[in-house]
Design a protein around this ligand. Structure first.
Ligand SMILES: COc1ccc([C@H]2[C@H](O)[C@H](O)[C@H](C)N2C)cc1
Length: 448
């Protein structure tokens, strides 16, 4: 391994209480809201076929039109308490909210630029309202912050000239100042979700990113920052030149979910996902497929079964209301979570051999394994194969703890659990209470 000045300063997961809380969230909400929500991916009847929050970069969008649109931002229907209650009902345990996206518009009254909510017709501090309302509902708040800032004249994609470097020095100070005011104004914040850090200018600022991350964690002990923030002194991102993760969790799972446990490399991680195929800000027209509640529940189970969290994005309209599809998904997912969240909250990877019927999760620190069943085979026989030296003491439906299900022993330490093979409209959970021990062979039994 190389000796790095600005590589990872920790190998392996964080072991503190704040990170243990993060690890147990299971389900989160992302919210993208800003000036881009006014356009909803459309201008003069034409639709931008990229992600709606990127519409300023569309060739058909005059920068002047976009950059003056904030003068129309006045969300009359915005009610942070209603947002937080919808999220609470859905069963999310953390929310990540856009304070400033790539367009540079600040949803808090930043002292370091005029391009903020304070100079919009709405005037009031949106970040504060969101932080306060979600914290009041017991949902932890994380703040999304885009380093790349298309509005700030000192932003640079690369550092080619002395002038570039002089401008970027000013930009780095601007960034540090804005992050300082976010942590000081909204101290309930549990972490920062960085974006817009893939350009050469940032990759060439490895030492700065290291110093800044340490400064932020000194300013706010326990702060959680993922692997999208740092660069090492060679411009590596996410993992340093020695292949060690730089950040408190792997933050690369954007609209994709790891296939196997090996893919997560023993890191903490979460997956951030859109309901439509792409697009995070409000889009008037969702192009292509958008996910059903059962698909979203399956992604949630899949992530938790591989030791991660699942974070679903909502893109409210400029007026502060949500699309009917989003309201429905929050309600339906919440109804399922109300009954089944034991299999999601504070659960982790079991290491048992994955079966076709669905996903295993394990309650952290307890001898309880959950089967989250999505695909009942035509036989109605659910095969389970506990890890070595683990026996199943009893099995029962999470919704019927008094009625033990019968386990038919098979060879090689496997068993069948027989359930009805029809009539399922949504996933269900079977609880397996486990104990240490190994299958006694018949002759072993005969001896005792
Ligand atoms: C270059 O491809 C990108 C760049 C940035 C993104 C941004 C989205 O705008 C959204 O904020 C998402 C969380 N982020 C990764 C998505 C794809």
């Amino acid at each position: 391994t190389k000796v790095l000045q600005h590589g990872a300063h920790r190998v392996g997961k964080r072991t503190d209480a704040e990170m243990a809380t993060w690890r147990g969230y299971g389900l989160g909400q992302f919210i993208h809201w800003g000036v881009y929500s006014l356009f909803g991916g459309e201008l003069n009847g034409n639709y931008y076929n990229g992600a709606a929050e990127w519409i300023r970069s569309w060739k058909d969008m005059p920068h002047g039109v976009y950059d003056s649109a904030y003068k129309q931002f006045n969300p009359a229907s915005f009610n942070a308490t209603q947002w937080a209650k919808m999220a609470k009902q859905m069963g999310v345990r953390y929310v990540t909210f856009t304070t400033k996206h790539h367009d540079g518009f600040c949803l808090w009254p930043s002292k370091y630029t005029d391009y903020t909510i304070a100079n919009s017709p709405y005037k009031k501090d949106i970040v504060k309202q969101v932080v306060d309302a979600y914290s009041k509902e017991g949902i932890d708040v994380y703040l999304y912050f885009s380093v790349m800032d298309w509005h700030n004249p000192d932003w640079r994609y690369d550092l080619k000239t002395k002038e570039d470097s002089a401008a970027f020095e000013r930009f780095k100070l601007f960034t540090k100042n804005q992050l300082t005011e976010l942590l000081q104004q909204y101290p309930q914040t549990k972490g920062l979700w960085f974006d817009g850090t893939w350009d050469n200018s940032w990759k060439k600022s490895g030492a700065f990113t290291d110093t800044l991350e340490q400064y932020l964690k000194t300013l706010h002990p326990g702060l959680i920052i993922g692997s999208r923030f740092r660069a090492d002194e060679f411009g590596n991102r996410h993992v340093d030149a020695n292949g060690v993760l730089m950040g408190d969790y792997e933050q690369g799972w954007e609209r994709k979910i790891p296939k196997t446990y090996a893919d997560v490399h023993g890191n903490d991680w979460d997956c951030v996902m859109t309901i439509p195929e792409n697009g995070w800000g409000y889009q008037k027209k969702w192009l292509g497929h958008w996910k059903s509640t059962n698909e979203i529940l399956e992604m949630t189970a899949q992530c938790v079964s591989l030791g991660g969290n699942f974070v679903l994005n909502f893109g409210p309209r400029a007026d502060g209301t949500f699309r009917p599809e989003e309201v429905t998904i929050a309600k339906e997912a919440g109804d399922w979570m109300k009954i089944n969240s034991a299999a999601i909250y504070n659960c982790e990877y079991t290491g048992w051999e994955k079966q076709d019927w669905g996903y295993y999760t394990k309650k952290t620190g307890e001898n309880k394994v959950y089967m989250i069943v999505f695909n009942v085979p035509v036989s109605g026989s659910l095969k389970i194969k506990p890890a070595k030296n683990t026996l199943v003491d009893k099995a029962y439906l999470l919704t019927a703890p008094g009625k033990n299900l019968s386990l038919e022993k098979l060879d090689y330490g496997a068993s069948f659990i027989h359930v009805s093979s029809t009539g399922y409209k949504q996933p269900f959970v079977i609880v397996l209470e486990t104990k240490e021990g190994s299958e006694k062979s018949d002759e072993q039994k005969a001896k005792t």
